[in-house]
Ligand binder design. Structure first.
Ligand SMILES: Cc1ncc(C[n+]2csc(CCOP(=O)(O)OP(=O)(O)O)c2C)c(N)n1
Ligand SMILES: [Mg+2]
Length: 785
């Protein structure tokens, strides 16, 4: 790049630094929230990325590239979008305000176009890597898209997060030449100056995983000094200097800086710098490559040149670069004072009237911004797949069958549907076979970027790996599972191709990937995940494998619909409906639930269950009505009035349950009938949809100060004000609200302690889930009335 262009970039970066700093300043000093809660923001963390990000957006990036921005550098991102003309001026004083700029980049909430949400450190690094995995899959199946580079801009302390190394190590992420991580190597974290310099360890870890590593350590001033005779002693001293000592230089000037710099140095170093003036020494020895635009652009070009593996750039930067808080160990949340901001504004040649202005469109910098805006503009992407997903695969079982088994069968069946099949893609963290994906994999194969020779012939599992495969196998990392699912579910946006992603995981280990699960759904991703097997029903496996709190997790996670069907027919309908909703707009009209956004979490079991009761309900209600109720969240599996006409005047109770425990509940209803109690049995297929329907009517009542109505889904499955017993192979709390919803006393049964090994009977006995306990609970509920 010629000097003129570098000067233009420099002018732009100085404006970016100003705006990013002032955006945080305005959030803290121009607004009075009146609540005493600090607003916050990160001027120092933003400043260290100003050069690298200016170089990216104002020179390096193309429209098709996708970038994750370090959470606390969001002000830099928004400043850049503003200068490009992609963000209205009115947002600049609205960082961290309602309806304004989010504290950390958000795909779903920010007004400008954010490619990847970030915030929970580490996840923003991995997301573009999995987006590139997704792109490789999309290109192989649907033809090459326009080339994209997937960039993650991350803080150096993010490399402490384990999920980063799980992502880097997984074979599924190898060989991706279109990935670049840019590490803001400011050698400071939140609390401290990071002791020692861990670059050699990290370099080794990246290289061992097959990555290309670039270090941008020194700026041009230092490089020139090193090239002078004796310069190598200076270099050697700066390379060896403890990080804490180096960082302390930023707070010093003049003779004090020289003294600190030379503390521990050899006489040769002192001699070398002896004829460098006090005013020049500081800027020289702190001249790091991450603030040299040309050095950064060269590094980006080096990464482009390596096309067979991902790249990582360690850009040596200064936390707080260009600000009075530069390099200060306590600068993470430090804010400039009003006087310091005034001085910065004046140094920019700006006034209170012009401080929020864009670059003068007639100036070289303004012209550059205009050109870059054009170069980076993208056509809109289509979210809907536009195929019709069938309402049912007509899966039938005339012997007892588990939901996990049916899940596998439904997928195999959908893999035969010419409309739906091409878009299905499954993934699992080394549990594909034990979660019944084998049938699907046998039909579709395992994905590999290139054709792989198969060395064994296993008739049970044809694990042929090829670019046509539709299962992406991961190592045992639930974080990677949810990160990949999250990106597969955003493929319509980030790779121009909607998909129908499905993941499986042992239900207890949903918790292991929970932050990545949240990350995906917060980003607006849509996918199906099956947690299977679940609960104490996987009895002999014992407490370490028995999930109890996952139902609550599924129920409470925003952007996730939690489903726990018990029978083949209901699971079939719910899965087809979920795919229909993800495909977008093609959900059959009979669907009772309103159009839903987000992911679908099915909690499944390996317990084979007699299907006759469901078929009886089907005969009683008819397919259309039953399906509508199943999809809405609950239906009456046994209607006591019809099943026990003799008990017309008997006390009535309703037993509500989800999933694997239904056989015990049905047995309890039969026992209750013998004792003269009429028990309805309600199969709750989606606790989440019921709860949401209930909440909707309650909130409506609260907001309009009117009496809430009872939602349709509750009304058709439950009888008003009749005592309730809830039965769940999960924490009893998850269903306990149902009593309130129907306006009657409730006794919730569930698993509130860690499990242990045993038979299903043993464990149901331990946790009061056997019919006898359910009967007693029903009598208690009636007595509480
Ligand atoms: C998972 C998670 N844990 C903790 C935090 C709180 N936190 C925010 S930034 C930060 C330090 C980051 O240091 P670094 O990545 O080096 O960024 P820098 O500000 O130095 O650029 C921490 C601990 C977080 N955002 N996410
Ligand atoms: Mg840092």
């Amino acid at each position: 790049m010629n000097q003129h262009d570098l000067d233009v970039l420099d002018e732009i970066q100085r404006r970016v630094l100003w705006l990013a700093t002032r955006i945080v300043d305005a959030a803290n000093h121009d607004r009075d929230t009146g609540d005493g809660v600090k607003v916050g923001g990160h001027q120092a963390s933003s400043a260290s990325l100003v050069t690298a990000m200016t170089a990216l957006w104002f020179h390096h990036l193309d429209a098709e590239d996708r970038v994750a921005v370090k959470p606390h550098a969001s002000p830099v991102f928004h400043a850049i979008q503003y200068l490009l003309g992609n963000l209205d001026k009115s947002y600049l004083p609205k960082l961290r305000a309602r309806g304004g700029l989010q504290s950390y980049p958000s795909r779903t909430k920010d007004p400008d176009e954010v490619d990847f949400s970030t915030g929970s450190v580490g996840l923003g690094a991995a997301a573009p890597l999995f987006a590139a995995v997704t792109r490789r899959y999309v290109d192989a199946h649907f033809g090459p898209r326009p080339h994209s580079r997937f960039v993650a801009i991350i803080g150096d302390a993010e490399l402490d997060e384990g999920n980063i190394w799980e992502a880097v190590a997984d074979p599924a992420t190898t060989g991706l030449g279109n990935v670049m991580w840019l590490v803001d190597f400011n050698r400071q974290s939140l609390d401290r100056v990071v002791p020692g310099i861990r670059i050699n360890q990290w370099r080794g870890q990246f290289e061992a995983a097959g990555w290309h590593v670039v270090e941008v350590k020194y700026g041009r001033k230092l490089a020139e000094a090193y090239a002078r005779p004796g310069g190598e002693t200076l270099r050697d001293w700066i390379d060896r200097m403890p990080n804490e000592q180096y960082q302390s230089l930023f707070g010093l000037a003049g003779p004090a800086l020289r003294k600190q710099f030379l503390d521990g140095a050899s006489a040769e170093v002192a001699a070398f710098v002896a004829d460098i003036g006090d005013d020049e020494l500081g800027p020289l020895v702190t001249d790091l490559g991450g603030h040299d635009a040309q050095a950064m652009l060269d590094a980006y070009a080096q990464c482009d040149a390596v096309t067979d593996r991902p790249s990582v750039v360690f850009a040596y930067t200064v936390k707080g670069w260009g600000l009075p808080i530069a390099g200060n160990p306590r600068n993470h949340s430090a804010l400039l004072t009003t006087e310091q901001v005034d001085a910065l504004r004046a140094a920019q040649g700006l006034t209170a009237e012009t401080e929020w202005d864009r670059l003068d469109p007639a100036s070289p910098a303004g012209i550059r911004a205009g050109e870059r805006r054009e170069a980076l503009s993208r056509p809109p992407r289509e979210r809907a797949l536009g195929v019709t997903v069938p309402e049912t695969t007509r899966v039938r079982a005339n012997k007892p069958v588990s939901t996990q088994e049916v899940f596998g069968r439904v997928l195999v069946d959908l893999a035969r549907d010419p409309q739906v099949a091409p878009y299905l893609v499954t993934t699992a963290p080394d549990v594909a076979t034990s979660t019944n994906l084998a049938g699907f994999i046998n039909k579709t194969g395992v994905f590999a970027p290139t054709e792989q020779r198969s060395w064994t012939e296993d008739r049970m599992l044809r694990w042929t790996e090829s670019p046509a495969g539709q299962h992406i196998e991961l190592g045992i990392s639930e974080m990677n599972l949810f990160l990949l699912l999250g990106q597969l579910g955003l493929s319509w946006d980030l790779s121009g191709q909607p998909l129908l992603p499905v993941g499986t995981v042992y239900d207890p280990f949903v918790l292991r990937g929970l932050d990545a699960f949240l990350y995906g759904t917060y980003s607006g991703s849509r996918f199906v995940v099956a947690g299977t097997p679940s609960g104490i029903t996987l009895a002999p496996e014992g407490g370490a494998h028995q999930s109890t709190i996952t139902a609550s997790v599924g129920l409470e996670l925003p952007g996730v619909t939690f489903l726990e069907p018990a029978y083949a027919g209901s699971l079939d309908w719910l899965l087809c409906d979920a795919f229909g909703q993800i495909a977008g707009g093609s959900a059959p009209a009979a669907t009772a639930a309103p159009a839903e956004d987000g992911a679908y979490y099915f909690r499944l079991s390996t317990r084979p269950i007699d299907q006759a009761p469901f078929e009886a309900a089907r005969a009683r209600l008819g397919d259309a009505v039953l399906r509508r109720q199943v999809v809405a969240g609950a239906y009456r599996l046994v209607d006591a009035h019809q099943a026990y006409p003799d008990l017309a005047d008997a006390p009535v109770v309703q037993l509500a349950a989800s999933g694997a425990v239904l056989p015990e509940v049905l047995a309890a209803a039969a026992e209750l009938a013998e004792e003269g109690v009429a028990a309805h049995v309600v199969d709750v297929t989606s606790l989440d949809r019921l709860y949401r329907a209930w909440q909707r009517t309650l909130r409506q009542g609260v907001r309009t100060a009117t009496v809430p109505s009872v939602p349709g889904a509750l009304r058709s499955a439950f009888a008003d004000r009749v005592p309730v017993v809830t039965v769940h192979d999960a924490a009893s709390h998850a269903m306990a609200w149902l009593g309130s919803a129907v306006g009657a006393p409730a006794v919730p049964l569930g698993v509130d302690e860690f499990g242990q090994s045993g038979s299903v009977r043993d464990l149901y006995e331990l946790h009061d889930l056997l019919p006898g306990s359910i009967v007693n609970a029903a009598l208690a509920a009636i007595a509480l009335r």
